[in-house]
Write a new protein. Structure first.
Length: 207
């Protein structure tokens, strides 16, 4: 599959989970802005140091930092890929449009209370970026990643207070992208509540 896909939807809507399936089962390359930023934070690079203060508060990292991180990577992509967490502002979407054309913008629709519950019970793998949920998708062995045996952790921005702020930021800055992609005729709405596999099948059916 060589489609170029943007995953829209609020934090906790399942973008990472579905991107992982698309990567593992359909051979897409996944480019996650959040994963790249967390790696920069862990390595304490200049970008990581600047990004951390925004991420810890659940705010967006300034456009110029994120665009600098993503533009060249997207430019160098070949074949099908999924953008997970980019674009998150109309300015970022304009930049993306100037470098490539997007085939599908998949919007995962989930209500706020469900998002808070999902995010506060989420556990992530720092090694391969797989995501788990303590109730809906528990790892086979507690605290250990099924995919790579990495040690699972709770993201510092997955606490209730920060999550609520991330949802507010989503509504203000990212929600307008739904209309942006609708106007371009590539918006695909998917109900993001339900069985992970059913949602994956629904995505697969529209590609
Ligand atoms: P995520 O892993 O997609 O939930 O992103 C985690 C955090 O990284 C967000 O709350 C932002 O602080 C930052 N971030 C990720 N993607 C972007 C983006 N496209 N623009 C600005 N900040 C971003």
């Amino acid at each position: 599959m060589d489609a170029r896909i943007v995953l829209l939807g609020p934090p906790g809507s399942g973008k990472g989970t579905q991107a992982e399936r698309l990567e593992d089962e359909l051979g897409f390359v996944r480019l996650s802005t959040g994963d790249l930023l967390r790696e920069a934070v862990r390595k304490q690079t200049e970008l990581g140091k600047q990004a951390k203060e925004f991420m810890d508060k659940g705010q967006l990292v300034p456009n110029e930092l994120v665009i600098g991180l993503m533009k060249e990577r997207i430019d160098n992509m070949e074949g099908g890929y999924i953008l997970d967490g980019f674009p998150r502002t109309v300015e970022q979407a304009d930049v993306l449009e100037s470098i490539t054309s997007i085939d599908h913008a998949i919007n995962l629709d989930v209500d706020d209370e469900e998002l808070v519950s999902r995010l506060t019970k989420r556990r992530s793998c720092p090694e391969c970026n797989a995501v788990f949920h303590l109730l809906y998708k528990p790892p086979k062995t507690e605290g250990v990643c099924d995919r790579c045996n990495g040690e699972l952790y709770q993201r510092s921005d997955d606490t209730e207070e920060t999550v609520r702020n991330r949802l507010k930021v989503y509504r203000e800055s990212t929600f307008p992208l739904i209309e942006f992609y609708e106007k371009r005729g590539v918006l695909r709405n998917i109900d993001g509540i339900g069985d992970i596999d059913d949602i994956f099948q629904a995505i697969k059916a529209l590609l």
